[in-house]
Design a protein around this ligand. Structure first.
Ligand SMILES: NC(=O)c1ccc[n+]([C@@H]2O[C@H](COP(=O)([O-])OP(=O)(O)OC[C@H]3O[C@@H](n4cnc5c(N)ncnc54)[C@H](OP(=O)(O)O)[C@@H]3O)[C@@H](O)[C@H]2O)c1
Length: 297
């Protein structure tokens, strides 16, 4: 089945497909110096680009996890090399774990907090895409996506709260959930599995912010349509470079003024300078809120 041809929803006048100055991770104002970052699915695709962006921003430590040890080891070497080339002493670690496995994820967070004491930024990026109509779908395959995208998000959120985000009076931790433009696109046959799991992970992230009492900044972002195994395997046309969501995550983590974007749908290809200029209007009019039934009643 061909992909939807609808235009991508553009909120800002300027639309980016690659990194631009305001979100350049090498920009001193966005430094991740002293910060410990954990990225799920950090061995390839968008997750690896996010880890690389934090390496450019000089993070203290970057932890990547996924299921494939060989992929992770290669990424660990690559991300470490990027930090070194920029003169940063970033420690890079990789862990083999399935996000759907609660004990395995708790084990990773326990090891990371034993070594680094706290985690400042968690990027919930690992996910799976399974396309099928409701009638033809294998229930087992359909539910597997829920295990990875929803239970995986829950596992990562709970492990962050129990073992990573003990702030001890430090600045709030940052949680970034990688979601999808599918949440705001017209309904399209075969996408129910992916979109419903992303909607659930969006909701979990909203509740994380609401329940954390200001100790966690929690965002959900659409990364753009990026050429990765996921998009290639499913013949999805792509437009954005993987470095764009990486740089956007660094900007989001470093920019206190971005706090109003919590609880809202945000896309990495929207211009952040315009978003900041529109901050009061976005807040006053309740823009970019997910339009759940009842919101405007
Ligand atoms: N590419 C796009 O255009 C696009 C558009 C919108 C949203 N997204 C979202 O962006 C994120 C990254 O997507 P991508 O395109 O980079 O996908 P990808 O190329 O398929 O990479 C997925 C990553 O997640 C990891 N992963 C998958 N299942 C896992 C599991 N059960 N436990 C641990 N790690 C797991 C994979 O590592 P292992 O295989 O080693 O486990 C891999 O590192 C996803 O949340 C996706 O939904 C992507």
């Amino acid at each position: 089945m061909p992909m939807p041809t609808h235009d991508f929803p553009v909120f800002t006048k300027t639309f980016h497909s690659s990194v631009y100055e305001t979100i350049n991770p090498e920009n001193a104002a966005l430094s991740a110096s002293g910060k410990v970052i954990l990225v799920t699915g950090g061995g390839r695709g968008i997750g690896k680009a996010i880890a690389a962006a934090f390496a450019r921003a000089g993070a203290r430590a970057i932890v990547i996890l996924g299921r494939n040890a060989a992929t992770l080891q290669a990424a660990e070497k690559e991300v470490s090399g990027i930090a070194q080339a920029k003169g940063h002493l970033t420690v890079v670690r990789s862990f083999t774990a399935d996000v759907a496995d609660t004990e395995a994820i708790l084990g990773v967070f326990r090891s990371v907090s034993d070594e680094f004491k706290q985690i400042d930024i968690v990027v919930n990026n690992a996910a799976s895409l399974h396309l099928a109509t409701l009638e033809a779908a294998s229930i087992e395959d359909y539910w597997k996506t829920f295990e990875i995208n929803v239970k995986g998000t829950l596992n990562v959120i709970q492990a962050s709260l129990k073992l990573g985000f003990d702030r001890n009076g430090a600045a709030p931790a940052t949680f970034i959930n990688i979601t999808s433009v599918g949440l705001i696109m017209p309904t399209f046959p075969t996408w129910s599995n992916y979109v419903s799991t992303k909607l659930a992970s969006f909701s979990l992230t909203q509740y994380l912010a609401a329940e954390s009492g200001g100790t966690v900044r929690a965002f959900s972002i659409h990364p753009g349509r990026v050429g990765t195994d996921m998009s290639k395997d499913n013949n999805i046309p792509t437009f954005e470079e993987p470095e764009l969501p990486g740089a956007f995550c660094v900007w989001l983590a470093a920019t206190k003024e971005a706090d109003f974007l919590q609880d809202r749908f945000v896309a990495c290809n929207w211009d952040v300078d315009e978003l900041l200029q529109m901050r009061e209007e976005i807040k006053e009019k309740g823009l970019l809120k997910m339009a759940f039934a009842g919101t405007h009643m």
